[in-house]
Design a protein around this ligand. Sequence first.
Ligand SMILES: [Zn+2]
Length: 147
Amino acid sequence: MTPRGLRQPSAPKLLSAQTLVHYSLHFVFPAALALVFFPLMWQTAYLIMLATMLMDLDHLLATPVFDPLRCSVGYHPLHSFYAIPVYALLLLLPATQIVAVGLLFHLFTDTVDCLWSFRHCHECYLNSRIHGLLDWVRKLLGREEVG
Ligand SMILES: [Zn+2]
């Protein structure tokens, strides 16, 4: 058995529960969001939300482009902690609300995926920008890191 905390060299399973949940959140759940928040034009809203997945094009700037053990939230430019407040502001403008919901829900989906990965890769958590952000907040609040 591999000690906890070491990077797992094996590739993640293609059809794991994590993968299933991740792609359901990316492709199925936006339809529910569209029906709830934009019932009169839910089909259009759904397609716009699917289009917000184009934000993943920022992965092309990274080396390697795809790393299953890397958390995209906080790492890639369009997934950065600077971009999130901008997406939140887009919620305030009627013309950009659907795009904003799509972008923010995309980040929520990616965060769920990261937290799921951290459960079996503690080093991935320690290397993530989410950990860096939490560490920064702890220091700001004058609290020491527990573990
Ligand atoms: Zn993403």
